[in-house]
Design a protein around this ligand. Structure first.
Ligand code: FAD
Length: 321
């Protein structure tokens, strides 16, 4: 059953976030041979359209307005609703990012659409799209289908493989003018809490520190290892509560949910609330002094030892590769 599917390309600091390409791949599955239309919203985003096409979008619609330079849910909702009205897609795909989590439910309500949020996999089966999504903090998975209305999904970053980039692909890029009116939210300033570098929610490698790191200074060896591996530093709530690092690094039930290729937990006990945010990582390495620590139950590789000895040794070894 061929469908037209609209995919939101998420722009940050002038670049498309990786999850946008993963969303295009998901949209291809939903489209079942139909058309995948990229959507770019912002103040000067049309230059990114060809990248979305190179990753598999058939064409791209852009909505540009100074009022959309910084994300607001009411501004973006107006833009998406106008394009949905014009394009009449059968499917909509966003990344399950802070933006997607904020915008998708609002739009789903307005469009009377069934929303499958935080999907980690999807497949076309007998005319339906079967989504897989984690439930009970990642302890189980459920399968969902949408039976009527627009098929709307948000996809968890780092779970769906993007299509191979093909810079030779071409497609139409169309600018749509949408009058953005009556913004109830005005963003005066954006203050970034995360350090520059790799975005935690999209990082392929995460080195996370817990209370065992013992101080702000104690995070330095973790940052060095992250730098060598091209990864990001994360933390348990224990480390954040102890003021060793900023809450923007917190991973878990009340922090970020991450699924990197490699997660190295250093001095983290493995409380259920922490596991909720990282247990679906592809490979988990735990470094802990306590051989009975719960984190070893979810770890693929465990190192019983002092993180201040083990982490610098790993850094030295990885530097040699
Ligand atoms: P600890 O449990 O104190 O563990 C420290 C570990 O470090 C120990 O296992 C110790 O053996 C090891 N260690 C100490 N020194 C060293 C060393 N030198 N080398 C190696 N290992 C060492 N927690 C989260 O992480 N994320 C959440 O989102 C979250 N949400 C929560 C929501 C609610 C409603 C509640 C009630 C709690 C939540 N928590 C969350 C808190 C959670 O229950 C734990 O308290 C927290 O995860 C513990 O952090 P930790 O593992 O760093 O600290």
């Amino acid at each position: 059953m061929a469908r037209k599917v609209l995919v939101l390309g998420e722009v940050r600091d002038g670049s498309l976030r990786n999850v946008s390409f993963e969303a295009v791949a998901a949209a291809k599955t939903i489209a079942e041979g139909g058309e995948v239309v990229g959507l770019l919203i912002g103040s000067s985003v049309s230059a990114l359209a060809n990248e979305l096409i190179a990753y598999g979008a058939d064409r791209v619609v852009t909505v540009e307005d100074e009022k959309l330079a910084v994300y607001t849910s009411d501004g973006y909702a107006q833009a998406v609703l106008a394009v949905v009205g014009e394009e009449q897609p059968e499917g909509l795909v966003f990344g399950h990012t802070a933006l997607g989590k904020d915008l998708a439910p609002k739009l789903a309500a307005k469009l009377n659409a069934g929303l499958v949020s935080d999907a980690t996999a999807l497949e076309a089966v007998g005319g339906n799209i079967v989504f897989t999504r984690p439930i009970y903090s990642g302890k189980a998975f459920e399968k969902k289908i949408v039976t009527d209305g627009i098929l709307f999904a948000t996809i968890r970053p780092n779970n769906i493989l993007p299509l191979e980039k093909d810079a030779a692909r071409t497609g139409e890029v169309k600018a749509v003018s949408v009058p953005i009116t009556d913004l109830r939210t005005i963003i005066k300033d954006v203050v970034r809490k995360t350090a520059a570098g790799v975005d935690l929610s999209e990082a392929k490698v995460i080195i996370a520190g817990g209370r065992g790191v013992k101080s702000e200074e104690g995070f330095k060896p973790l940052q060095e290892l992250a730098d060598v591996l091209g990864g990001a530093v994360g933390a348990s709530r224990g480390a954040c509560d102890a003021e060793y690092c900023d809450y923007s690094l917190q991973i878990g039930q009340t922090g970020k949910v991450v699924t990197p290729d490699l997660y190295i937990a250093c001095g983290i006990s493995g409380a259920i609330q922490h596991l909720a945010g990282m247990s679906n990582s592809k490979v988990i390495v735990a470094i802990n002094k306590d051989p009975e620590a719960n984190i070893f139950k979810v770890a693929d590789y465990g190192i019983v030892g002092d993180l201040f000895e083990v982490v610098p040794l790993l850094t030295e070894e990885f530097k040699k590769l």
